[in-house]
Design a protein around this ligand. Structure first.
Ligand SMILES: *Cc1c(COP(=O)(O)O)cnc(C)c1O
Length: 498
């Protein structure tokens, strides 16, 4: 499988090489040259397999690695998950299914890809003379998931930058207490967009890259701009559909809706890719929080980042520049790299772009975008807990809120899969306030109270944070990021444990 750039000026590379390269050198993102296509029988058959077996088969369509080897990788990657099904599916009401993607070591859906990416990276490194220097911008969850995935991995060093004051207490604690000899974590003054844009600019900064190269390092990304992040995410959409069909909850071939609480547009893009591969999807419901740049885009065809940035109770979606939208635009404009280039230039020069009317028509029947503000999100957490006995985290609650709105508006009874992207215990204060109207300053006190109220056990990873040692307390300006990475991770030889 070869990948091409959305902007048309990079040479084709293999999916495995793209894992090391991250972004294309023309500033674009790598996308499959063509989509592999699965027939229904195969999709339903794969739904009868274990998640690991299904994921291996999906990845085998993109990566030149044997299914057996991929199965070993998947078994290892998902052995740390606290549910034997890896991504269990819950039916919460008639025709409404939640796929729980948060059973990994860091309690967010990012683990599914970031437990697998290091295995793909190790494979790619076999044919590289340089080690990987992974630069990661995070809105809260990617950072910890990437650190957990790559800590103490051979021939890899990883730096994570998160927005100061822009993540939840638990998310921050997870990152600043990270163990491992090849890791560096820092807050930056700015928001996620500042972190992501600076990281993207570093990949294109020839001074930075050649300094890294001199130290035997090759900068790459663990963000969803890396195709190696997307591919493992396609697997759970195929698996979920196959599972529901195998359980006779849906008929093979019957269309489903997919609801995704969205920030950087990676998770929902993976669902769209699954549809391109043959998954019967009726609508994608793209749910935003108060930073509703995407729902405005789906309504008007104009993407504009000239707007206020809000900090919300769903911080992992506090994003204005959704990188992966570029990959969707590439598809709907008929894979025209020149059009993509023009849009992205407009975005850079004038903070917005407007897609062609014909391209907008492509989106209209397929994507429904809307958003949930803070209060409605809290109400959805409360109602869902009271009516369905199910505890949502604030991100997933944004998703369900928008879905219920969609369902009322469109009178659409199509079976629907909602992706649950994080454990409620990563955001205990917001969740407690939602269900008990009780404000609680301390995250651990809130978690205890939540446990007493819901009888859902606090995950061990959360309890362990209470006494974990803080290793990283720096706050940087964004123009210091490159220097600090090289200072902290550029040593010719990695420090060995004493
Ligand atoms: C990252 C994240 C999202 C948004 O996913 P994207 O792929 O960036 O759109 C939603 N919810 C949670 C909990 C996340 O960590």
């Amino acid at each position: 499988m070869l990948l091409i750039s959305t902007r048309g000026h990079s040479r084709k590379i293999t999916a495995l090489d793209s894992v090391l390269q991250g972004m294309a050198d023309d500033g674009g993102l790598f996308v499959p040259e063509r989509f592999p296509v699965l027939d229904l029988t195969t999709i339903v058959e794969w739904g009868r397999l274990s998640y690991q077996e299904c994921a291996a088969r999906v990845l085998n369509l993109f990566f030149d690695i044997d299914v057996e080897e991929l199965e070993e990788m998947a078994n290892d990657a998902y052995s740390s998950f606290d549910d034997p099904e890896v991504v269990p599916i819950q039916k919460i009401s008639d025709g409404e299914y939640i796929i729980e993607l948060f059973h990994g070591p860091t309690l967010a859906f990012k683990d599914i890809a970031l437990q697998m990416l290091p295995k793909l990276m190790a494979k790619a490194l076999e044919s590289s003379d340089k080690d990987a220097l992974i630069l990661t911008a995070t809105s809260g969850d990617t950072g910890k998931a990437a650190l957990e995935g790559f800590k103490d991995k051979d021939r890899t060093r990883i730096a994570v930058f998160y927005p100061n004051d822009g993540v939840s207490d638990m998310q921050r604690l997870q990152m600043v207490t990270q163990e491992g000899d090849n890791v560096y974590v820092s807050a930056i003054r700015g928001n996620f967009d500042d972190a992501q844009t600076t990281v993207k600019n570093l990949f294109a900064d020839t001074d930075f890259v050649s300094l890294a190269n001199k130290k035997g390092l090759r900068p790459t990304s663990a963000n969803s701009i890396n195709f190696g992040r997307l591919a493992p995410q396609i697997a759970y959409y195929i698996y979920a559909y196959g599972r529901l069909a195998a359980a006779k909850e849906i008929n093979p071939g019957q269309k489903v809706n997919i609801v995704v609480p969205t920030g950087n547009f990676g998770n929902i893009l993976a669902a769209y890719y699954a549809r391109r591969m043959g998954l019967p999807v009726y609508r994608f419901i793209c749910a935003s929080n108060k930073n509703n740049v995407l729902s405005d885009f789906f309504e008007s065809g104009v993407y504009t980042i000239r707007r206020q940035f809000y900090k919300t109770i769903s911080p992992s979606m506090d994003i204005l520049i959704s990188s992966n939208l570029e990959r969707l635009i590439f598809e709907i404009c008929g894979r025209d790299p020149k059009a993509v280039q023009l849009y992205m230039e407009d975005l850079k020069d004038q903070d917005n772009y407007r897609i062609r009317e014909s391209d907008k028509l492509e989106l209209d029947g397929l994507f429904f975008g809307d958003f949930a503000d803070e209060y409605p999100t809290k109400t959805t957490i409360k109602r869902t807990f009271e009516d369905e006995g199910y505890l949502l985290d604030p991100h997933t609650a944004v998703g369900r809120n928008v879905y219920l709105k969609y369902k009322r508006l469109m009178q659409d009874d199509t079976p629907t899969i909602i992706t649950a992207t994080a454990s409620p215990y990563k955001f205990p204060q917001a969740v407690l306030e939602s269900i008990a109207r009780e404000e609680c300053k301390d995250a651990f006190d809130a978690a205890e109270k939540l446990q007493a109220l819901t009888h859902i056990e606090i995950p061990a990873q959360i309890s362990a944070l209470k006494d974990a040692k803080i290793r990283f307390d720096e706050v940087l300006d964004k123009d210091q990021m490159g220097i600090k990475v090289l200072e902290n991770l550029g040593k010719t030889k990695r420090k060995k444990k004493k």
